[in-house]
Design a protein around this ligand. Structure first.
Ligand SMILES: [Mg+2]
Length: 119
């Protein structure tokens, strides 16, 4: 069973994503509410995949993605994006993001994306 770390400052988003992922057969091993906490939990938990929100306090998702990929250049990080974040999506691709999921979450899209990333 693939393990997932959810990084998002919105508790509601984390809860929705968690229930979608668990229904879809993933094991959510941790949650973090900002990019810094996300990076520390990535190190601690070494999940198979990370879902990473972009706009967060303390440290945003793009910076956290960079730290994670510096730690492990094959880390699989899927960015969570909202409408109007095209520039940030381009930046995230440059820094090694594997894929994107758009908010509001579509259950089928979320699961299909993560399965594709895991190969
Ligand atoms: Mg956010």
């Amino acid at each position: 069973m693939a393990t997932v770390l959810i990084v998002d400052d919105s508790r509601t988003s984390r809860n929705i994503l968690k229930s979608v992922l668990e229904k879809g057969g993933f094991r959510v091993v941790g949650e973090a509410a900002n990019g810094e906490e996300g990076f520390l939990k990535y190190r601690e938990l070494t999940p198979d995949i990370v879902t990473m929100d972009i706009t967060m306090p303390v440290m945003n998702g793009i910076e956290s993605l960079s730290l994670i990929r510096r730690e492990n250049e094959t880390a699989k990080v899927v960015m969570i994006t909202a409408a109007g974040q095209k520039e940030k999506m381009v930046e995230a691709i440059k820094r090694g993001a594997e894929e994107f999921i758009t908010k509001p979450f579509d259950e089928n899209e979320v699961l299909a994306t993560l399965k594709r990333v895991l190969g």
